[in-house]
Design a protein around this ligand. Structure first.
Ligand code: TYM
Length: 342
């Protein structure tokens, strides 16, 4: 079976962008593919963070995966740092990653500009190499992510090809390996709608965990009244009708896309339903649709968190399964690169 992997960082509350851009799309893949969904805690330490919050955030994120519909009878759910091969492969890959490739990463440029030179750890630069390791370890076919990860996926593909060329094929055979490709070349799966959910307070910047104002995002665990209040106060415009895809109306397009996805309607249905609506009519409609969609997720989250040991078991089982597969790839890489094996 073809394989799918993806992950979210356990930093701050997960929001509608993480859900609509990524997690929601994982659910439909579980039946067809062999799926691995991890919580990327090693990625979460690339910017200054609170040590006392990391383990809780990691468990919370796992609980949210399950609450959103990740089904552990089909998918493996685990914590990245529990599978040592991730950090190990990252080191091996970093020896063949040109530093220029990393310097070009948009997220690195943005995050390092914000953090200031003295606060930028080396890991912020090498972060995409760890992400490549996450993906390549599982010989993944598809990686469902939001639009902001496209560049990291492109780097992963280039890196996989580079390693295959440098160490794979006949050279690997001479080292006693099976020859051929060491890594499969993965493809991103980016949804047609929801790949870039925008901020509620500025339709030109993306909804993000790190934006200073909580008003700019809807968190998956926000209570009803908080959601209602955020939508009530969100940025709109002075037009008296609603429409998709008008570049002068980014807020309007964003809210219609959110409504489309949480209501389960098609774009045409939403365009039809909302075209002659005013903001005053639309806002209560989208508020109810968001609340109705998130309510069962929140209820399942509470249920999962009420039994703390349950998650430990899920994560242990997930890590065991992942370790088997990851170690096979890792051993191949050591062999192909010519290391003396124990
Ligand atoms: P992270 O934690 O920033 O985001 C998790 C997922 O949510 C998507 N996303 C969005 N989608 C739509 N609109 C938004 N406003 C929005 N904000 C975030 C992201 O595209 C992502 O899919 N480096 C990754 C985590 C990672 C990973 C991996 C993903 C590490 N290793 C291997 C896939 C495979 C990250 O920081 O995502």
């Amino acid at each position: 079976r073809k394989r799918v992997v993806s992950g979210v960082q356990p930093t701050g509350a997960l929001h509608l962008g993480n859900y609509l851009g990524a997690i929601k799309n994982w659910i439909s893949l579980q039946d067809t593919y062999e799926t691995f969904f991890f919580i990327v805690d090693l990625h979460a330490v690339t910017l200054p963070y609170e040590t006392k919050d990391l383990s809780k955030a990691t468990k919370d994120t796992a609980a949210i995966y399950l609450a959103c519909g990740v089904d552990i009878s089909k998918a493996s759910v685990f914590v990245q740092s529990h599978v040592r091969a991730h950090a190990e492969l990252m080191w091996l890959l970093s020896s063949t990653t040109p530093i220029g490739w990393l310097n070009r990463m948009i997220q690195f440029k943005e995050k390092s500009r914000k953090a200031g030179d003295e606060n930028v750890g080396v890991a912020l630069l090498t972060y995409p190499v760890l992400m490549a390791a996450d993906i390549l370890l599982y010989q993944s076919d598809f990686v469902p992510v939001g639009d902001d990860q496209k560049q990291h996926l492109e780097l992963t593909r280039q890196l996989a090809e580079r390693v295959n060329n440098l160490y794979g094929g006949r050279k690997w055979k001479k080292m006693g390996g099976r020859g051929g490709s060491i890594f499969k070349i993965p493809e991103p799966l980016i949804p047609p709608t929801g790949a870039r959910v925008m901020s509620l307070t500025d339709g030109l910047s993306k909804m993000s965990k790190s934006a200073p104002s909580d008003q700019s995002r809807i968190n998956l665990l926000d209570p009803k009244d908080v959601i209602a209040n955020k939508i009530k106060r969100c940025k709109t415009d002075s037009f008296t009708w609603l429409e998709f895809d008008n570049p002068d109306r980014p807020e309007c397009n964003n809210l219609l896309c959110i409504y489309q996805l949480v209501s389960g309607k098609t774009k045409e249905e939403v365009a039809q339903e909302c075209q002659s609506m005013s903001w005053g009519t639309f806002k209560p409609l989208i508020t109810d649709a968001v609340i109705d969609h998130l309510q069962p997720i929140q209820a399942r989250y509470e249920e999962i968190m009420s039994e703390p040991s349950y998650l430990d078991g899920v994560l242990a089982e997930g890590a065991a399964k992942a370790t088997d597969i990851a170690d096979t790839t890792l051993n191949n890489v050591y062999q192909a690169m010519g290391f003396l094996r124990r």
